[in-house]
Design a protein around this ligand. Structure first.
Ligand code: URP
Ligand code: ZN
Ligand code: ZN
Length: 464
């Protein structure tokens, strides 16, 4: 069925105007000041967007759904994650494929994609984590880029013995990425330094979740960024620092930018609105807030918001990594090192950014759209099909009521996780109608779409 959005205030990364938008055959086909209903297909749903914002569908550039990690598996599947994403205005997500050190890249791609195909209700792509780099892995990486449209890799400078990569392999991977035009996303810390710090703290009887942050302080994250940037400078590869949590790491990235290194910076929702007092909460409650890099001193939030406003931070993702409190987070009651890392936020991201970023005056609406939709599309080979409201783009649209308040929490979350890190928070702004390629998939937070309709987005590498 065709869709006509009447009278919405169209907000993109650069524009702000009122117009009607008509969508047919999955795409936006007309944008005009006033579209005459007599000029469109009989079978058209007319959506009154008067007084509301019309945003391009939001893109979450950093999500974990299928995630075997720290001795357990993340709780969501593509059905629950899609529903949560859509309820919060996200229409495309980029998931991290995180294979084990012995797994072949091609098999990992198939494993992750097979999880998505029957259940995805949003469109999706993958960043492929490279955890082995032998001859076979290299051949398969190139194949996946050229044949399956995987245009971004992921490396971990953390999680010793599980996901980390040696410096020799990191260098060679960046060379390969440069040759193929692939951007390399990276978790920047230092696996050995963290391992040593964790052992020191545990030996001293410091076992609670409040010790997670001191085991991987801001200096470790900053040195991880410097380290990666040095390798990028030597190889010419393009890099993207995921979940940047602190001013020190941001400064390291900016220094590299000033040297001419091709480096982009991602912030994620938890670091923008939560601080290190949360993992310090009593009664092991703090385990809900253990993620890596950790939640930091509150002052770092200003640096991240200011970095977004200045264009030094490019994107806002979530790092949605869903683990239950009961049975998963509490595996670490005797040692913080065993608490599965992650804070689910895929449903909450946009309303958190609108409330604590836009309404509090830290960023404007264009920066919000740029960081949460347009820039991820541009960096990861999806633009202008995604991330824009333009004729020919996919009809991924969000009718957003900027004045509607609601309360975040488990009761309204579609994620399968048994807690919500933002429980009871009052936010202002809400996605009312969310479409993916011209089909309404969510209304007022309820899923009304089709499971399995989500498509794998094949991308062309652009980072030569
Ligand atoms: O705490 C986090 N970030 N968990 C997910 C894995 C990762 O490092 O992105
Ligand atoms: Zn990470
Ligand atoms: Zn992550």
């Amino acid at each position: 069925m065709a869709l006509l959005f009447k009278g919405g205030r169209i907000i993109t990364a650069s524009d702000d105007y009122v117009a009607d938008v008509y969508c047919e055959n999955e795409q936006i086909t007309r944008i005009e000041p006033e579209i005459d209903p007599g000029s469109i297909a009989d079978e058209t749903e007319v959506i009154d967007a008067t007084g509301k914002y019309l945003f391009p569908g939001f893109i979450d550039p950093h999500v974990h759904i299928h995630l075997p990690f720290m001795g357990t598996n993340a709780k969501d599947d593509y059905e629950s994650a899609s529903k949560a994403a859509l309820a919060g205005g996200t229409t495309t997500l980029i998931e991290m494929i995180c294979p084990g050190p012995d797994d072949e890249p091609r098999a990992a791609f198939e494993e992750w994609n097979n999880k998505a195909v029957p259940l995805a209700a949003v469109d999706y792509a993958f960043h492929l984590a490279v955890v082995r780099f032998d001859e076979l892995a290299q051949q398969q990486l190139v194949q996946l880029v050229r044949e399956k449209g995987v245009a971004s890799f992921k490396v971990f400078l953390a999680y010793k013995g599980a996901l980390d990569l040696s410096d020799t392999d990191l260098f060679r991977l960046l060379q390969l990425a440069k040759a193929e035009g692939v951007i390399v996303t990276a978790h920047c810390e230092n696996a050995d330094a963290i391992d040593a710090m964790q052992n020191l703290l545990l030996d001293a009887g410091k076992t609670g979740p409040e010790w997670h942050e001191p085991s991987r302080p801001t200096t470790v994250e900053a040195s991880g960024v410097q380290h990666l940037a040095t390798f990028a400078e030597l190889t010419g590869a393009h890099i993207y620092v995921v979940h940047t949590s602190c001013e020190a790491a941001l400064r390291a990235a900016i220094e590299a930018q000033l040297r001419g290194v091709h480096v982009w910076v991602e912030a994620v929702a938890p670091h923008l609105v939560l601080d290190k007092t949360y993992p310090e909460r009593d009664g092991f409650e703090g385990a809900k807030y253990v993620m890596s890099p950790p939640l930091r001193e509150k002052s770092n939030q200003d640096a991240l918001w200011n970095g977004l406003r200045a264009g030094l931070v490019s994107t806002i993702g979530t790092d949605h990594a869903p683990f239950d409190f009961a049975g998963q987070k509490d595996m670490g009651r005797d040692a913080f090192t065993k608490i599965p890392n992650g804070i689910p936020s895929i449903q909450e991201r946009i309303d958190l950014v609108h409330t604590f970023g836009v309404l509090s005056g830290k960023i404007d609406l264009h920066t919000m759209v740029n960081a949460c939709s347009t820039k991820p599309a541009q960096l990861f080979g999806l633009y202008p099909r995604k991330g824009s409201i333009s004729v020919g783009a996919d009809a991924d649209l969000v009718v957003y009521d900027p004045n509607r308040s609601h309360t975040l929490g488990v009761a309204t979350s579609h994620s399968k996780v048994d807690y919500n890190g933002y429980e009871g928070w009052e936010v202002t702004g809400r996605s009312e109608i969310v479409t993916v390629r011209g089909q309404v998939q969510a209304r007022d937070g309820a899923f009304v779409g089709t499971i399995g309709r989500g498509q794998l987005l094949k991308r062309k590498p652009t980072h030569f």
